[in-house]
Design a protein around this ligand. Structure first.
Ligand code: NAD
Length: 311
């Protein structure tokens, strides 16, 4: 298969590109390197540097590479940036996605897989509950709105133009290659800080001093597997949550990471961060039952080891 991975210079996309090449596929990567890194693009992949907002560029990629399938990971990925610049977020996540859908429908693509967000689309998930795919979405940020809009466009392109699609709604993804310098990606940020002997900040869930927000931390390898199954038409459902189904507070995460490194963490407690949902835990349904996730301790140990080796 010839498979196009958008955002393949980024964290999750580069792992997907690696795995597809390992399975013997022909892979091309599209990325504008706005947050991705050239060195993340695997050597065996054809690299098209450019912006998915540029429809002519997208058309050229489709005409030159002739993808049969697409794994669409490129996005403006930051909730806080989306709050500050909702227009730019929508240009990339909605209009950029439409450019890819147009090219996909025009070239009769076999399957389009879209990276969506289970962490943001459902809004607050009450204690004791897990958000199911069938829940009414409650997007509370421009980022969640743009991702949900793209999901609706997929459905429309399927209805109008017969484009086959799958949606993988990731929980909070962590693993090697995640950027430790952003505002999100707490596992990467904490790993880097712990290895440098620095303290960790626990932003409050409600009040300063509590254990912080609750998240469902899923290992990047589990997202890669979901994409491979989706591309192969083996997902079962058109939309799945890619998650562990387990909640973990920021403080518990800090302690687990410190344990993986073998040190005592110094914790600082700070205010609640505007825009953060308090709790997000997903229900992986039958998909999760059939594909048990990587245990958190295993994923954290592998992530810490990667950051350690990278220095
Ligand atoms: N990391 C998570 O926890 C998480 C959770 C839910 C959903 N997602 C989704 O997964 C996908 C991958 O996220 P990631 O964590 O690997 O982020 P990332 O920032 O590492 O990867 C995104 C990639 O897209 C590229 N990109 C951004 N704008 C572009 C544009 N206009 N044209 C071309 N390329 C562009 C970036 O350079 C980057 O390489 C995104 O769609 C994101 O919304 C991520």
């Amino acid at each position: 298969m010839r498979i196009l991975v958008t955002g393949g210079a980024g964290f999750i996309g580069s792992h997907i590109a690696d795995a597809l090449l390992g399975d013997g596929h022909e892979v091309a990567v599209v990325d504008d390197l706005s947050s991705g890194r050239r060195e993340n693009v695997p050597g065996g992949a054809t690299f098209f540097e450019g912006d998915i907002r540029d429809g002519a560029f997208v058309d050229r990629v489709f005409d030159e590479f002739g993808p049969q399938q697409v794994s669409h990971q490129a996005a403006q990925t930051s909730v806080s940036v989306s709050t500050r610049e909702p227009g730019r977020d929508a240009e990339i996540n909605v209009l950029g996605t439409i450019n890819l859908l147009d090219a996909s429908a025009r070239t009769k693509l076999e399957r389009f897989v879209f990276a969506s967000t289970g962490g943001a689309i459902y809004g607050e998930v009450a204690d004791g509950e897990r958000a199911r795919v069938g829940w009414p979405p409650r997007p509370l940020s421009p980022y969640a709105c743009s991702k949900l809009a793209a999901e609706h466009y997929l459905e429309a392109y399927n209805y109008e133009r017969g484009l086959d699609y799958r949606v993988v709604r990731y929980a909070n993804v962590y693993g090697p290659r995640q950027d430790p310098h952003g505002e999100a990606g707490v596992v990467a940020i904490f790993s880097q800080r712990l290895l440098a002997g620095e303290s960790l900040q626990i932003n409050a869930r409600k009040e300063v001093g509590d254990e912080g927000c609750v998240r469902d931390y899923v290992y990047v390898a589990d997202c890669v597997r979901a994409n491979l199954l989706a591309l192969g038409g083996k997902l079962g459902e058109p939309i799945v949550n890619v998650c562990t189904g387990e909640g973990c507070t920021t403080q518990a995460l800090a302690l687990k990471l410190a344990e993986a490194i073998g040190m005592e963490p110094e914790l600082r407690h700070a205010d609640r961060r505007a825009g953060d949902v308090e709790r997000s835990v997903l229900d992986g349904g039958d998909f999760l039952g059939a594909h048990p996730p990587t245990p958190l301790a295993t994923g954290l140990a592998e992530t810490v080891e990667w950051f350690r080796q990278r220095g």
